[in-house]
Design a protein around this ligand. Structure first.
Ligand SMILES: NC(=O)c1ccc[n+]([C@@H]2O[C@H](COP(=O)([O-])OP(=O)(O)OC[C@H]3O[C@@H](n4cnc5c(N)ncnc54)[C@H](O)[C@@H]3O)[C@@H](O)[C@H]2O)c1
Ligand SMILES: O=C(O)[C@H](O)CO
Length: 354
């Protein structure tokens, strides 16, 4: 077992021991726990990603609930240790459960929470930022300026793609995919084609109403289409943004065959999960198609990029920051604390968010 790691302790005499594997922004989540008779222990070890052994040491002999991070591997080993320590509650500080073996949690009687919703707009805004950065070559142009290469305006200097009137393709039109679609439609008057297992009725109604508004004001109306296949989106769209959950149906959803049917000058954005794209295939595609551009917030083997990606001028890459606004991260921390309290600790008396 790993040696004990550094901790910050709040309300040392609290009845319930709750552990957070990381410091999280804001004070509200801390107050929620301490006001409800929890002794909160926050791991302050500088190591970025804790191993299973590190977390076993944090759980120790007694732990009622724990807040973990998407970089951690929550499976049988940790859930059975939490059960042995008397725990009943785990919350991921993230949307979804792709780092969590929910069946193992169930087997061990541990309820599992996550933090959706509060990061929808923030994540969609980052996807929109990546779209613009890739389409208008912002990072390349910034680097060019800083390198002192600008000698004056030229007709061909950093020519990119106009979004207005083009087609935005969304794969996974759930909370974030729909918010992103609205931003691109309202902001840039793009037409929508989307693929999801379910119909995005509210999104469709929004585009219809916005199209009618534009028409009534003498502008070209925007349109929507629900694609029968993902391939239809890839073939038709000028910009494609990926927002599905990561599971076995979406692992390497973007592969060499699907890259090959996309437009040569398309923009591809991923702010969902890295393994949704076969990243090695993407690097090859970027090399062969210099006008094809990507904006990536997530990577297949985080924190690493596949060989060659960092050299590609047609890729904009940021380190998984899509939910990184102060309001959102504080909200995620609050939701994670509420998950642990509300579902699983008897001390919970009812608190209001915000
Ligand atoms: N980069 C970040 O920091 C960040 C932040 C938040 C969420 N995320 C990720 O973004 C994604 C979307 O989150 P959300 O809150 O919108 O989730 P959501 O559940 O609201 O939406 C996911 C959508 O994907 C669809 N889907 C599932 N399988 C599919 C398939 N095979 N093909 C097409 N669509 C499919 C679902 O029907 C659903 O509509 C998740 O993967 C989440 O982990 C990333
Ligand atoms: O799913 C999430 O919450 C993100 O990837 C981190 O904000």
């Amino acid at each position: 077992m790993a040696k004990p790691i550094s901790m910050e302790v709040w309300n040392p005499s609290g009845k319930y021991r709750v552990v957070s594997t990381k410091s999280m922004p804001g004070a509200r989540w801390i107050r929620l726990l301490t006001d409800n008779d929890c002794r909160l222990e926050i791991c302050t070890d500088p190591k970025t990603i804790l191993s299973v052994d590190d977390i076993l040491a944090l759980i120790g002999d007694r732990c009622d609930g724990i807040i973990g991070q998407l970089t951690e591997d929550w499976g049988e080993v940790l859930f059975s240790a939490l059960k042995r320590a008397g725990g009943t509650a785990f919350s991921n500080m993230a949307v979804g459960y792709n780092n969590v073996d929910v069946e193992a949690a169930n087997r061990n009687g541990i309820a599992v929470g996550n933090t959706p919703g509060v990061l929808t707009e923030t994540t969609a805004e980052l996807a929109a930022s990546l779209t613009l950065s890739a389409a208008r070559r912002i990072v390349e142009a910034d680097q060019f300026m800083r390198a002192g290469l600008y000698e004056g305006w030229l007709p061909y200097l950093f020519v990119g793609n106009l979004l207005k009137g083009q087609t935005v393709g969304v794969i996974g039109a759930g909370r974030i995919g729909s918010a992103y679609a609205r931003m691109m439609i309202e902001g840039f008057k793009m037409n929508l084609i989307y693929y999801d297992l379910y119909q995005a009725t509210r999104l469709e109604k929004f585009v219809t109403a916005y199209g009618q508004f534009l028409k009534a004001n003498g502008e070209q109306p925007v349109t929507w289409k629900r694609a029968a296949t993902m391939e239809d989106v890839l073939r038709e769209a000028d910009v494609i943004s990926l927002h599905p959950v990561l599971d076995k149906t979406t692992y390497h959803l973007i592969n060499p065959e699907r890259l090959a049917i996309m437009k040569k000058e398309a923009v591809l954005v991923n702010a969902s999960r890295g393994p949704v794209i076969d990243e090695l295939a993407l690097v090859e595609h970027l090399k062969a198609n210099p006008m094809f551009r990507v904006g990536l917030d997530v990577f297949e083997d985080e924190p690493y990029m596949k060989p060659g990606l960092a050299d590609m001028k047609n890729a904009v890459v940021v380190p998984h920051i899509a939910s990184a606004s102060k309001w959102t991260r504080e909200g995620m921390a609050t939701l994670a604390a509420l998950n642990v309290l509300a579902c699983h600790l008897q001390s919970f008396r009812g608190q209001q968010l915000i």
